[in-house]
Write a protein that binds this ligand. Structure first.
Ligand code: SF4
Ligand code: SF4
Length: 107
């Protein structure tokens, strides 16, 4: 397999929907993340029609977009990326970073 400059995990609506970060305890108590989710509520409802949500508005899919913009996450808690269908689909166990993408950067 050759190395590609393309993102390993594409930033797509379908991957955003499958991301498990919303269930993760690392960001469960983050006020910053809560604010982003409430702002997103309306946008999510029309996701089918929205071509692209700005990555900085989405507190998840960090395997694609890299380090979280929210700075109040608790990295002493367990990352659950390995339970995620996106993680499986793109075989992120073979990536340079395999978990805690919100802290370590994209896959
Ligand atoms: S692997 Fe982790 S960061 Fe990537 S979509 Fe799944 S839960 Fe989100
Ligand atoms: S990347 Fe991992 S640690 Fe960070 S919020 Fe998503 S599941 Fe949790």
């Amino acid at each position: 397999m050759t190395t590609s400059k393309k993102k390993k995990v594409p930033y797509t609506v379908s991957n955003i929907k499958r991301c498990r970060c919303p269930q993760c305890l690392v960001q469960a108590d983050s006020e910053c993340v809560k604010k982003k989710y409430s702002g997103l509520k309306n946008e999510f409802e029309s996701l089918g029609r929205v071509a692209a949500l700005e990555p900085q508005k989405v507190p998840g899919i960090y395997c694609s977009t890299g380090i979280a913009t929210c700075k109040d996450l608790n990295f002493n808690r367990q990352c659950i990326c390995y339970t995620c269908p996106v993680w499986d689909s793109y075989e992120l166990e073979n990536s340079k970073t395999i978990i805690y993408f919100c802290n370590k950067g994209e896959a």
